[in-house]
Ligand binder design. Structure first.
Ligand code: ACK
Length: 222
């Protein structure tokens, strides 16, 4: 009967504890502020504005999207493929409500999104769906051959009209370029780490010191 049915959430993921949410938001804002002032960024500003000469204020350009988290499985209340199987996995049940330490290893910016790359541990990968990268292959073909967990990220902001699902796709695109051997253009050593440009408005800052973010594995409804 209906009472025995599992209620499947909108998505499962790691939710950053509130103390670290502020830290991550501040780091991201600092990065955007600095990026905005770099000559190298100004040279490629057209990627963001579509017009030469026009200025962009990156801090205003992106809108924050709710509480900071790293999605493991997007379930859409059971409508997404594999949602029910994921919700019923023993590891998912066992770890539900546990706190983990996520390692945020890079920040990235594109004309669509700003996000943090999450480098998952072996244990964290137990909660990662086998098909998360393959599912993105219709949009980012090379994604299917990237290692498990490549898509793991925290969305920090989206440009107007852009949905947060885009953040993981933008990250996969950058990682696919790296895998193809495109090293990008090392732009500068910043205090936070080294900044690389991958063309078409794609910027990656590899953090000198990854941010350790305590996060609770849980789910989100509505
Ligand atoms: O920033 P995100 O990881 O991207 O967190 C949100 C969350 O689920 C609620 O919208 C992510 N999301 C949305 N649609 C999908 C999808 N089709 N595949 C994977 N993640 C998704 C979104």
């Amino acid at each position: 009967g209906p009472l025995e049915e599992v209620s499947i959430p909108f998505y499962f993921g790691w939710f950053l504890l509130s103390s670290v949410q502020d830290k991550v938001r501040c780091t991201s804002m600092d990065f955007l502020k600095t990026l905005d002032t770099l000559e190298a960024f100004k040279k490629h500003m057209i990627d963001f504005t579509g017009k030469a000469e026009k200025e962009v204020d990156l801090e205003q350009y992106f809108e924050a999207k709710g509480t900071l988290h790293c999605t493991t499985k997007f379930c859409d209340y059971g409508k997404a493929e594999g949602a029910k199987e994921y919700a019923l996995k023993p590891t998912v049940k066992d770890f539900y409500g546990s706190t983990f330490e996520l390692s945020l290893s890079a920040l990235f910016v594109t004309p669509r999104t700003v996000g943090a790359r999450v480098s998952l541990t072996e244990e964290q990968l137990l909660l990662w769906p086998d098909d998360a990268e393959k599912e993105a292959a219709s949009v980012v073909p090379a994604a299917a051959s990237l290692p498990l967990g490549s898509r793991a990220h925290v969305t920090l902001g989206c440009a107007e009209g852009v949905e947060p699902v885009q953040t993981g796709l933008d990250l996969l695109e950058i990682l696919a370029l790296q895998q193809e051997g495109q090293q990008g253009e090392l732009v500068e050593e910043m205090e936070l780490g080294s900044l690389t440009y991958y063309g078409e408005g794609r910027w990656l800052l590899s953090l000198r010191e990854p941010i350790c973010a305590p996060a609770c594995f849980s789910s989100f409804y509505t």
